[in-house]
Design a protein around this ligand. Sequence first.
Ligand code: GLN
Length: 453
Amino acid sequence: ISSVELTEHYLQRIEQHDSQLNSFITVTPELAREQAKAADARLAAGDATALTGIPLAHKDVFCTQGVRTSCGSKMLDNFVAPYESTVTARFNAAGAVTLGKTNMDEFAMGSSTESSFYGPVCNPWNAEHVPGGSSGGSAAAVAARLCAAATGTDTGGSIRQPAGFTALTGLKPTYGRISRWGMIAYASSLDQGGPMARSAEDCALLLQSMAGFDPQDSTSVDHPVDDYTSGLNGSIKGLRIGLPKEYFASGLDSATAAAIEAACQQFRALGAEVQEISLPNAELAIPAYYVIAPAEASSNLSRFDGVRFGYRCEDPADLTDLYKRSRAEGFGAEVKRRIMVGAYALSAGYYDAYYLQAQKIRRLIKNDFMAAYEQVDVILCPTSPTPAFRIGEKIDDPVSLYLTDIYTITANLAGVPGIALPAGFTNGLPIGMQLLGPYFSEAHLLNIAHQYQ
Ligand code: GLN
């Protein structure tokens, strides 16, 4: 099959099904057709990579030159990026095709994709339920086969949780593995891009393009990039898997707990050993994260002032009025909540009580992981306490939504990588689980997930 045919197939599926799902904010058929033609020429010339001609979708947090990049916000509804993010530039260089930009929680703040200015996304497994978030558009698009694979970003779980809610495989790499250049910042010390796909093997192919040092991102790490596909078939005999006992306490849905238990049986059958471990500070992760992430967001989002780009209010009386009304009208409720919480936590007199304490907890959580990796090779746990909840169910109670991030945010606070993979179904809804590993263990995590699948 040619890339042109494959691209037409996906464009047609988007046309047919996305009015129900709302997984795309912007579809780019012209760009896709042009790239598909170029890819076919490359394939014919024998100058192809594994991704040449493969139709992908990108979370609308990645700047794409000449294509609207909204970040799910009214603030950037009219923003056409003047430059290309490193991640999408690498996919373009590999010859991949861009089908469009996917829906997301506004500025990636959320766990359900309900905070998007463009409306909520439906879970393809059950349209009354959320697909997770904030990369919910990417998750729904891949799960509904509207694209071959997609990009996401994970600040506190936004790749792994939606992957879990839609039966996909999604990888949050080590902090610094993938360049953040051109990825609109939410919480810079936590944000990391990564692949969302139908299998570990597909994630490996995408990661191969995405990973690598980028001098344009000062937090990009100059660490050699592994060959992510060559080791996929390695045996996992003798692999030591740790189950954090704190994660199997109250609040965990019984079907999810049973699915993890069944996964343990399968891992044992593959030769792995499963043992209990402890992450003693895990319960402090949510309060620490919901101070640190908003603090960084309040600083990052100060650039949206109505002056240089993005939304500007009508007829401002003066500069202060322009700032105030542009931000009041351009940002949604959740984004404003985060900016206020963050600005409060960073303000004089409260900095030591909140931000500094949260940073100390962050260090303790990182130390917990380092201690755990002395005992085991990887950690296995659910991606969220329950399967996908109903659209609207948690919309009036932000704290109940924040609490659903309990299993995912620790990896971001520690900077370690994690891969989410399907663990079964309950009442027709997918159950997700994740494997967390030491820094730069992406190749090993992909290998383990591939063996399991
Ligand atoms: N749900 C978390 C938040 O709202 C994580 C979001 C993300 O990873 N981008 O901050």
